[in-house]
Design a protein around this ligand. Structure first.
Ligand code: 5AD
Ligand code: SF4
Length: 482
């Protein structure tokens, strides 16, 4: 593959977009002054953390245009769907939700409905929306979020659905406005795209090739976050372990971790996702040596059978994966390990599936994110002949969950009675009298405790244990959010 240069969106182009933002903001202000009516926008996000991070940028742009956030369709002047196409169920949900807005659009034609994100990088999905969901006003993709102000402004004057998809794969945009929901923790994208082309996965086709942000831009963003009171950052990329390969300046992910570890005010560093093939000894050492890097590694293995791994184009064997895991465990015996597993990949026999269970039992993951294989148009696996029957996939899927839940619970049982540092996320969603947060190992812990605030670091004693979370009581506050 020939290497393409990264394209940086020029400050002049961003300034042009910013002028449009200001213009829309002035219009909204004028309208408010004459009618007293505030403007609202709703963004509905599907899929992974990268999409959430993109939505935070769209929220930042909309905020600067004078739109307040709402969760209420009836109140919204703008509704944006940020889509995911990694699995079919997310796509089906999207079509259902767009369809449900038809009557609202008929009753309020001035409502702007937009669709963006990964799914829109696929021609067939765009065609489907244009044909069947004509009440959609605008469509854009993953590479041109920076251009949203211009597309949005044009859509006001268009009768048909406005489509603006960029095929350019090498774009990096710095300095877009961001509206983050939480102050005490933040997602920071360090690289975009993926070069791995796992045979089941649509991501490389819709997110383009790997391109890393310059380390100084990443570090600068995290410095600013720390100044604003952020305690925890999660470094994001489809495969953060290959960070820097495209920069040509002799820096890798381990080097970046050491740099971020130096930033005062940041207490915790997390990262995801890691491809096992790029998990080097140097990186294992960096995770161990950097005191702020949390004791948690998310290392997807996808399948246990070497035949299936080969067919998935994962470029490691079961034995190599287990070897990497034992290196990690040897270096950091208390590290929590989580993983992604796909059940029912084409050609997966009962014996192959047993190999997956074998890895699960040998590694003893703290948690596994399990997925039923979903055929994605345009990927090599979708063209494979030996697709597995749905009932077979579901039978194995249920068995896998049962095995994993038992392991998760047994591991969590080992937390009982001990005290752990917890970063407080706030009141629990289901019970406002209970606080919730995470241990450094990434476990969700709900606990009783007064006089703590979001962003405090506290010590909590574990008193109850479940497969997916812990329960505890507050012992002391270590560091209050300043
Ligand atoms: N079907 C099922 N699961 C998939 N994933 C990616 N593509 C597919 C697919 N076509 C899963 C992988 C990946 C996670 C983010 O989603 O396990 O690690
Ligand atoms: Fe998809 Fe594989 Fe890239 Fe992950 S590493 S985004 S599974 S192609």
């Amino acid at each position: 593959m020939t290497k393409k240069e990264n394209t940086y969106i020029l400050p002049e182009e961003l300034a042009r977009q910013n002028e449009i933002i200001q213009r829309i903001n002035r219009n909204n202000e004028n309208e408010y002054n004459s009618s007293g009516k505030k403007k609202f926008a709703r963004i509905i996000t599907y899929g992974c953390q990268q999409n959430n991070s993109d939505s935070e940028k769209l929220k930042g742009i909309l905020k600067n245009m004078g739109y307040n956030q709402t969760d209420d369709n009836e109140k919204a002047d703008v509704i944006l769907f940020n889509t995911c196409c990694v699995r079919e169920n997310a796509e089906l949900k999207l079509y259902g939700n767009i369809g449900a807005l038809k009557n609202l659009k008929l009753s309020r034609p001035e409502l702007i409905i937009g669709v963006c994100g990964c799914m829109m990088q696929q021609k067939h999905a765009v065609e489907m929306i244009k044909k069947k969901y004509r009440h959609v006003d605008l469509i854009f993709g993953t590479h041109n979020i920076y251009k949203f102000p211009e597309i949005f402004e044009k859509a006001f004057h268009e009768k048909c659905t406005l489509v603006d998809i960029m095929d350019c794969e090498g774009v990096i945009v710095e300095n877009l406005p961001v509206d983050r929901e939480e102050k005490h923790k933040a997602w920071v994208t360090i690289m975009y795209g993926c070069n791995n082309f796992c045979s089941y996965c649509i991501v490389p086709y819709v997110r383009g090739r790997e391109r890393s942000r310059k380390p100084e831009n990443v570090v600068d963003e995290i410095y600013k976050l720390a100044e604003g009171g952020c305690k925890e950052v999660t470094l994001l990329g489809q495969n953060v372990n290959s960070y820097g390969k495209d920069l040509g300046i002799n820096i890798d992910f381990a080097d970046l971790l050491y740099k971020v570890n130096e930033i005062e005010g940041i207490e915790r560093i997390r990262f995801m996702t890691s491809h096992p093939k790029d998990l080097s000894d140097k990186l294992i050492l960096a995770i161990k040596e950097c005191n702020k890097v949390c004791e948690h590694l998310h290392l997807p293995f996808q399948a246990g059978s070497n035949k299936i791994l080969k067919s998935m184009n994962r470029v490691y064997t079961k034995e190599e994966y287990l070897e990497k895991v034992s290196k990690v465990k040897k270096a950091m015996p208390n590290i929590a390990l989580t993983t992604d597993i796909i059940v029912g990949f084409p050609g997966e026999s009962a014996i192959d599936f047993e190999e997956t269970l074998d890895v699960v039992r040998k590694v003893r993951f703290d948690q596994a994110f399990t997925f039923i294989y979903s055929k994605r148009e345009g990927t090599p696996a979708a063209r494979m002949e030996n697709q597995i029957r749905e009932d077979e996939k579901h039978k194995n899927f249920d068995r896998l969950i049962e095995v994993q839940n038992q392991i998760s619970r047994n591991i969590n049982e080992g937390y009982r009675g001990n005290v752990y540092e917890v970063l407080v996320d706030g009141p629990s969603k289901t019970n406002k009298d209970i606080l919730t947060g995470r241990t450094r190992t990434g476990k969700i812990i709900n606990f009783e405790g007064k006089d703590t605030n979001i962003g405090d670091l506290v010590n909590v004693k574990v008193t109850g244990v479940f497969s997916w979370s812990l329960h505890g009581e507050l012992i002391e506050n270590i560091k209050s959010q300043s």
